[in-house]
Design a protein around this ligand. Structure first.
Ligand SMILES: [Fe+2]
Length: 236
C-alpha cells in the first residue's frame, strides 16, 4: 500500500508529538504492508505555520529510520486552501506531494462548491494537480454526495480517509465516503494518521474491507496504482 496523506513527522503540527511516536507509526506501517508514505504536515493560516526548517530536520531524520524498516518516506503538505496557495506553491514555501505537481488541498467543513471548484480550476490552470483531502468531510458533499462528481470533472483528485470508510469518524462521513465509492469517484484512500491512538488511520482494515466489497482491481487502483503514479514522479 501507498499512503499519500499522514501526519507522521514529529513536532510540526497536530500529528506525531515526538520522534518515538513517529517511529512507532512507521513501524506500524511497515508491519501492515505500507511501503511508501508521503508525510503531509498541515499548512493552515493562523493555525499551522508549516515550519520549513523543523519539517526538513524531522523529515531527514525519519526518512533514514523509515528506510531501515523498508518504508520509503517522501515529503508533502496538506494545504488548507487560502488565497496564498498559488504564491506558496510557486515559491516553494510548501512542498507539493513528493515534490511533484500534485497538491493535497484541504477545505473547511462549510466551504461552498463554488469555492472548491474555483480553487481547483485555478490550480489546474497554473499547472498543478489538486487532490481534495478527505472530501467526505465537506458539508456540501455530505448533503449531496453526487456533487463530488463536479469537483472530479473539474479535475480534482478525490481522496478519502480509511477511517471514514470504516465508520470510525462518525455516521455521516461513513455514509458519504461509501457513496463516493459506489459512485466510483474515489482516486485515493489514505490514512490521515496523526498518532498511534485515536487517529491512527486503519489502512490495513480498510484494504481488507475494500477488497471484499469491491474486488481486487478497485483495491489495487485505490491503494497502489493511483498513489503509485505520484510516487513514480517524485523528485526527492
Ligand atoms: Fe490530514
Amino acid at each position: 500500500m501507498i499512503d499519500i496523506h499522514c501526519h507522521v513527522l514529529y513536532g510540526v503540527d497536530d500529528g506525531a508529538p515526538d520522534l518515538s511516536t513517529s517511529q512507532a507509526m512507521i513501524d506500524h506501517m511497515a508491519k501492515t504492508g505500507v511501503t511508501d508514505v508521503i508525510a503531509t504536515p498541515h499548512y493552515r493560516h493562523h493555525m499551522f505555520s508549516y515550519p520549513s526548517q523543523k519539517i526538513e530536520e524531522a523529515y531527514q531524520r525519519l526518512r533514514e529510520y523509515a528506510a531501515s524498516v523498508g518504508v520509503d518516506l517522501s515529503i508533502g503538505c496538506e494545504y488548507h486552501v487560502d488565497h496564498d496557495i498559488f504564491d506558496h506553491l510557486e515559491t516553494g514555501r510548501v512542498h507539493t506531494l513528493a515534490d511533484t505537481s500534485h497538491v493535497l488541498t484541504e477545505y473547511s467543513y462549510s466551504d461552498s462548491l463554488d469555492r472548491i471548484l474555483s480553487y481547483t480550476q485555478e490550480l489546474i490552470m497554473r499547472g498543478w494537480k489538486p487532490i481534495i483531502a478527505h472530501a467526505e468531510r465537506c458539508e456540501v458533499f455530505q448533503r449531496k454526495p453526487r456533487m463530488v462528481i463536479e469537483a472530479a470533472d473539474a479535475g480534482a483528485g478525490i481522496q478519502v480517509n480509511a477511517d471514514s470508510i470504516l465508520g470510525l469518524d462518525g455516521r455521516l462521513v461513513k455514509k458519504t465516503s461509501r457513496k463516493f465509492l459506489d459512485l466510483g469517484i474515489v482516486d485515493y484512500i489514505a490514512s490521515d494518521a496523526h498518532d498511534m491512538d485515536e487517529r491512527a488511520g486503519h489502512m490495513e482494515q480498510c484494504y481488507t474491507f475494500i477488497r471484499k466489497k469491491y474486488g481486487e482491481d478497485i483495491t489495487h487502483m485505490l491503494f497502489e496504482k493511483n498513489p503509485g503514479k505520484i510516487i513514480a514522479r517524485k523528485r526527492v
